[in-house]
Design a protein around this ligand. Structure first.
Ligand SMILES: Cc1ncc(C[n+]2csc(CCOP(=O)(O)OP(=O)(O)O)c2C)c(N)n1
Length: 280
């Protein structure tokens, strides 16, 4: 690996640690929230915003910008943290998370938050919204790419597969889906609630170019996003194997932390673990 690449990976890892700490503080401050789903996708979202997406925080509606849709909208604390760190709004606004007068609700609102492309939270819709944006990009002869992040439990929604079918029908090589494959959903393991395997074969049979990676390894995330954005006349999906609650030992792969309230002690413990990781 070149020195330059090593340095950019180190910077991204640092960003992801900052994002994780924001997530813990936001949810501790709000009293409760979807904490483990946000920690699960913190590395992927950091890599996207700090290395891949072509955006201008000073001009959130710039018409040539890449589009990012958080289809698993409940994981929004991760996106809010990254948007603030990118400069879409002041970092202090994160402290208002889930307050009545805040722009930052428990699910992303495109009418209130600069940089949010679609209001999500009702699972299953983000991919089809992305298909529409990708078709529009082709029709307008624009070079922007559309990225959609989905949960693996979200794959149980039939509308995901309607979007998947349309994307390959229209050869949307400007559309990239990423599945946060943490193998948990609200109340159990995805394979127990609704078996999604063989997931790779399913996406492939829908006409998608498929890659499988470790969704916490910055090098693999960057490589996969680079390959996914190569032109190939079909959409690309990255199945990113992740750990729900990643970074906080007592939340990792625990169904209890899908939605949770942090006490002063658990918040301190979580932040301590994240700070220790930072020094490593
Ligand atoms: C249409 C719809 N049904 C149910 C819910 C309630 N819900 C919120 S999160 C969630 C589980 C999502 O699991 P997964 O997609 O695996 O995401 P994870 O939290 O594991 O990242 C569900 C069912 C919802 N938001 N939308």
């Amino acid at each position: 690996m070149s020195e330059q690449r090593e340095e950019s990976i180190r910077i991204l890892q640092e960003k992801a640690k900052i994002v994780r700490k924001h997530i813990v503080r936001m949810i501790a401050g709000a009293g409760s929230g979807h904490i483990a789903p946000a920690l699960s996708c913190a590395d992927i979202i950091s890599a996207l915003y700090f290395s891949v997406l072509r955006l201008d925080p000073k001009d959130p509606q710039w018409e040539d910008r890449d589009r990012f849709i958080l289809s698993k909208g409940h994981g929004c604390a991760a996106q809010y943290a990254v948007l603030a760190e990118k400069g879409f709004f002041p970092v202090e606004v994160l402290g208002t998370f889930c307050r009545l007068d805040s722009i930052l609700g428990g699910h992303p609102d495109m009418l209130k938050i600069p940089g949010v492309e679609a209001s999500t939270g009702s699972l299953g819709h983000g991919l089809s919204i992305g298909v529409g944006m990708a078709i529009a990009g082709k029709a307008d002869r624009k070079g922007y790419r559309v990225f959609v992040l989905l949960g693996d439990g979200e794959n149980d929604e039939g509308a995901v597969w309607e979007g998947a079918m349309a994307a390959s029908h229209y050869r949307l090589d400007n559309l990239i889906a990423i599945i946060d494959r943490n193998r948990l959903q609200v109340d159990g393991w995805t394979e127990d609630v609704m078996n999604s395997e063989p997931l790779i074969d399913k996406w492939r049979s829908f006409g998608w170019f498929v890659q499988e990676i470790n969704g916490h390894d910055m090098n693999e995330i960057l490589d996969a996003l680079g390959v996914a954005t190569d032109p190939r006349e079909r959409p690309a999906v990255i199945i990113a194997n992740t750990i729900k609650g990643k970074g906080v030992s007592f939340m990792e792969s625990s169904v209890d932390w899908h939605y949770g309230a942090l006490t002063a002690e658990t918040a301190t413990q979580a932040l301590k673990e994240l700070e220790l990781a930072e020094r490593r």
